[in-house]
Design a protein around this ligand. Structure first.
Ligand code: EPU
Length: 442
């Protein structure tokens, strides 16, 4: 992961200022790499970030026989799937680590090889994160799913066939599962209740380049006409809007001014509206967005996370740090994951006033109401944060801890920061560029 030590000491209280550049979105790039398995010819993917989730998928593709090499440009990958083969469960297990990506290999591998294995799946500790939608979808296409002590084995004795599918919730991963399976299944697939995040639209762009026939109707309906063969693609990945939102929140929390190169307005409309209501300043340029603290008090807001086009769940954690500085009471109702407020304990230790409630606050009742999930946060500000010793719990929570430490008075020791490199490319050198005062331990 490029870090010699997993602990950094941060001397807070300095505004982050300067310019950083984004690469492609973690949540698109990893799926685009999997899509290369479906092609008969090599694919080229550009703007691939150097993050550990990409390295995990690269390792997994390689154990399945995909030859991967770096292209001329920084962040360009060439993926050649002409020798795809079944991998051993032990190799898959060794490479998968805590990633949930292996589940998305199933459809492509069933098409290519007639079978697929997946180990126990991990990911961030932000709720149960089950894979029931994925398994149901694959069964509907005709896959036979066998649970073994070492993981799950799948086969497709009669081939995969297009189907009518309705998701119980617009899950990003399950929508991708349908897309990656339906493009080469026999006949037509109609998916209702699909997720329509920009990363999914970009995956559809890639699949269309490969030869797929996919239409996106209104009301979350996607139709896919299966084709017998696909070719490789050449694609520049959509920018990482979660990283953009994270740096935007960092600019607010540290009273700084950050130009996020590569960020675009249209995929961030909802975020920008909230940012403006909080009192954050932004200027939209052709090559990026400048985010800055306006120099006057910030306003409290009431937000509810939701699937696109709502306010993304991944934007919530960094923004909460900025909301500890707003004058008044803010409410964040998390409706996508049942357990995504674990990170606030550290903020409270640093001097923030945040209470977590089981009830659905500030919005409509969601699937987690009345179910004992602590999924609403009440943040009372403004608070002056002070340094503390913090252990990073997960990717987005971890980034928000970094921001909190950078905005706090005094020194913080933040450990387990390696998790952050799962999704934030070269975050330490970006922090350096922005003038942060920190040292790596060891
Ligand atoms: N869900 C189920 N069953 C399933 C699948 C999902 O109940 O089989 C539930 C989840 O537990 C969750 C909800 O459905 O409560 C939404 O999950 P979704 O499937 O949409 O999430 P995901 O595909 O696992 C991706 C991103 C997440 C992002 C979410 C929501 C990737 C690799 N991950 O996860 O990103 O928060 O969509 O937009 O694309 C992150 O980047 O830090 C991250 C967690």
């Amino acid at each position: 992961m490029g870090l010699h030590s997993d602990t950094i000491t941060i001397r807070g209280g300095r505004p982050l200022t300067g310019r950083i550049e984004l690469k492609g979105a973690k949540n698109l790039v990893t799926k685009a790499m999997v899509a290369s398995l479906l092609g008969e010819t090599p694919s080229i993917l550009k703007d691939v970030p150097d993050i550990s989730d990409v390295r995990v998928v690269r390792g997994l593709l390689e154990v399945h026989g995909v030859k991967i090499s770096d292209g001329e440009e920084e962040g360009e990958l060439h993926l050649d799937p002409s020798a795809v083969e079944t991998a051993h469960m032990a190799d898959i297990d060794a490479h998968a680590g805590s990633s949930r990506i292996p589940i998305l290999f199933c459809g492509p591998l069933l098409h290519r090889l007639g079978e697929a294995f997946i180990p126990d799946l991990g990911g961030c500790r932000i709720g149960d994160r089950p894979i029931d939608f994925h398994l149901d979808v694959l069964r509907t296409f005709g896959a036979v799913v066998e649970k073994l002590p070492s993981g799950i084995r799948m086969s497709a004795p009669g081939g995969l066939k297009g189907a009518k599918i309705e998701l119980p919730y617009p899950s990003v991963g399950a929508t991708e599962q349908v897309l990656l399976t339906a493009v080469r299944a026999a006949g037509i697939t109609e998916l209702r209740g699909s997720a329509i995040e920009p990363e999914i639209m970009d995956l559809i762009n890639i699949l269309q380049k490969m030869g797929a026939v996919i239409s996106v109707d209104t009301d979350r309906v996607i139709r896919i006409e299966g084709v017998p063969e696909l070719k490789g693609y050449d694609h520049r990945a959509l920018f990482d809007r979660n990283e953009a939102a994270s740096w935007a929140a960092a600019a607010l929390a540290t009273e700084g001014d950050i130009f996020v190169g590569g960020a675009r307005q249209s995929e961030m409309l909802t975020f920008l509206n909230v940012y403006r209501k909080v009192g954050g300043g932004f200027d939209i340029h052709e090559d990026g967005i400048r985010f800055f603290h306006p120099g006057k008090p910030l306003n409290p807001v009431i937000i509810e996370t939701d699937v696109h086009p709502g306010f993304m769940t991944d934007w919530q954690q960094p923004l909460v740090v900025a909301l500890t500085k707003a004058e008044g009471v803010s409410i964040v109702h998390e409706t996508v994951y049942e357990n995504r407020f674990g990170f606030v304990d550290a903020l409270v230790e640093m001097g923030a006033t945040i209470q977590i409630h089981r009830e659905c606050l500030g919005g409509q009742a969601c699937r987690f109401g009345q179910r004992n999930f602590n999924h609403s946060a009440v943040i009372s500000g403004p608070s002056k944060l002070h340094g503390a010793d913090i252990v990073v719990p997960d990717l987005r929570g971890g980034f928000s801890h970094l921001i909190a430490a950078l905005s706090a008075e005094g020194t913080s020791r933040v450990s387990n920061v390696g998790i952050i490199s799962r999704g934030y490319e070269k975050f330490l050198s970006k922090l350096e560029t922005l003038g942060a005062d920190f040292t790596l331990e060891g």
